[in-house]
Design a protein around this ligand. Structure first.
Ligand code: E4P
Length: 226
């Protein structure tokens, strides 16, 4: 499973990228609003993110109709070669996805919560599909089970030539809230997990690692005194 970081914060992205294990970034309007982003500053901000990572960067189109989404998607894709256009699931998003995929532009279909939605997004040529885990848990449903159903259902078919020629389809486990979610997403076989920076940092840690480091440091001090 690959790791994306789910943030629009440049410092977080730079730090996560410095670990050498980051494969991409996902943003959304909420994450951009959280860092105080403005409408006029959005294109330049996406370009800055794209320069920080060697991998796909999802930038979300915010318009409503398919024609508007296609135009916005083309503008976003022109910002940098690693931009992926994020579209929200729905009839307009599906239609725009097909048009953008036919134009060779990668789409990440977001706000996916069911197997039929995932199958439709894949048939419409999405390069990535983002089932949300945590938001199911928020309403007392099992987000990991839903993710598992989507991964299973998609694995019954060959998606190699459905989207942008030869690029295939990958499932991004999204709305990840804990290291436990990361474990479960990997066990299910999600291709990617997009993980908030704070959770990504937690994934590095383990109490036994911390304990082991302490013991090694203490013993090395003894060695230094001999
Ligand atoms: C996916 O790409 C989304 O940005 C994200 O995972 C949303 O998660 P949330 O439920 O934490 O807002």
């Amino acid at each position: 499973m690959k790791f994306f970081v789910d943030t629009a914060d440049l410092d977080e992205i730079a730090e996560a990228a410095s670990w050498g294990a980051l494969a991409g970034v996902t943003t959304n309007p909420t994450l951009y609003a959280k860092i105080g982003g403005s409408l006029s500053g959005f294109p330049a901000h996406i370009q800055r993110i794209c320069a920080l990572v060697d991998g796909p960067v999802s930038a979300e189109a915010t318009k409503t109709t398919r024609q508007e989404l296609i135009a916005e998607g083309r503008e976003l894709a022109a910002l940098a070669p690693n931009v992926v256009v994020k579209l929200v699931m729905g009839a307009e998003g599906l239609a725009a996805c097909r048009a953008l995929a036919d134009a060779g532009i990668g789409v990440n279909m977001t706000l996916v919560f069911s197997v039929p939605q995932a199958l439709l997004a894949a048939r419409a040529g999405a390069r990535y599909i983002s089932p949300f885990v945590g938001r199911f848990d928020d309403i007392a449903e099992d987000g990991i089970a839903q993710l598992g159903e989507i991964v299973d259902a998609l694995s019954n078919y060959d998606w190699q030539n459905v989207g942008v020629a030869g690029q295939g389809l990958e499932v991004i486990a999204a709305s990840i809230r804990s290291a436990q979610h990361v474990t479960q997403a990997a066990l299910i076989g999600a291709d990617i997990a997009t993980v908030p920076f704070a959770v990504l940092k937690k994934c590095i840690e383990h109490p036994l690692t911390a304990q082991g480091i302490q013991a090694f440091e203490k013993d090395w001090e003894k060695v230094c005194q001999v």
